[in-house]
Design a protein around this ligand. Sequence first.
Ligand code: 1DF
Ligand code: MN
Length: 365
Amino acid sequence: MNTSHTAPVAVPAPQANPAHPVKADYLRIATEEAFAPPELFGMYKKVLEEGKADKGFSSLWGFHFNNPAPRVQHILKYNQEMGAERLAHMDAAGIDIQVLSLTSPGVQVFDEPTAVSYARHANDFLRDAIQKHPTRFVGLTAIAPQNPAEAAKEIQRGATQLDMRGVIVNSHTHGEYLSDRKFWDIFAAAEAHDQPIYLHPCSPPDAMIQPFFEAGLDGAVFGFGVDTSLSALRLITAGVFDHFPKLQIILGHMGEALPFWAYRLDYMHRATSRANRYESLKPLNKKPSEYLQQNFYATNSGVAWEPAIKFTQNFMGEDRVMYAMDYPYQHEVDEVNILDNMDMTLATKRKFFQTNAQTLFKIKL
Ligand code: 1DF
Ligand code: MN
């Protein structure tokens, strides 16, 4: 009898390592790094005071604005820090370039006119911050899906006038998902201007959140990932990539776990769509897994874990998996050390930390 087996893989915790070799044979480009312009948190507080926020926003930002814990204060402060201190944090962690995006849920919590005008303001603010440190920062255009035509125009303005290298949008907007055809002008603009879209998490919408909230699981611990993987999967099943075959979507948090689902998605999508069970679930040109491999990139934001990274590289191809820190939310210098020490060829590590992001975001060094 063959009794050999593979030992279980423990989930490691970050270990302090003062000897972290900041210099490496590659640059480190961190791709899911947040910022907040000076007015944003005041506007968020006003939405909360007026009772206009959904449950997920109130749970997340209501907590952040009223909690003295050091991690929370760090998050509030460094979202708003775009100068010397942010650069010092990057230097200490060995991060050469941050790809910056307006923090979640961006303008998507606001009413339509506020969202449209504030997205423009936030993008101008980001352009100015980048111009002060053009070798350290790259930016993504924030959009207001509340007005898809204006969002499409802002993608164009970002690409042609602000030197943005992609688009940031959070999973849903007041409970509506981008799979709805009314939002597809956004995809047309992104595809036309060759701007990848980072589909970032936010808390689950009111229609979904209660069982998460009552267990304390609505935030980044789990609810974010469930909602964002659903949001991404809905793009696939709605046929977005049959319409926009060149469109590229970036998912954080190891592709929001969709690579792990791929086999089951293919099998059950085929079975369900062939049985004609739902009007909304029709056969597609390709298998769900093929869209994940041809229209998606994954970053490892929040997941400094070699087995998960290697599986995702295995499934999506090593050209489609990129590094992210998720500063200032998961500002763990030791995680950089863990990733530097992955058992992986230098060529693959360089793709992961540097060249995949360099190519996708057209970063000239
Ligand atoms: C959190 C995490 C907040 C992430 C975020 O934006 C965020 C958090 C408000 O821990 O509350 O982007 N994240 O991507 O993991
Ligand atoms: Mn994030």
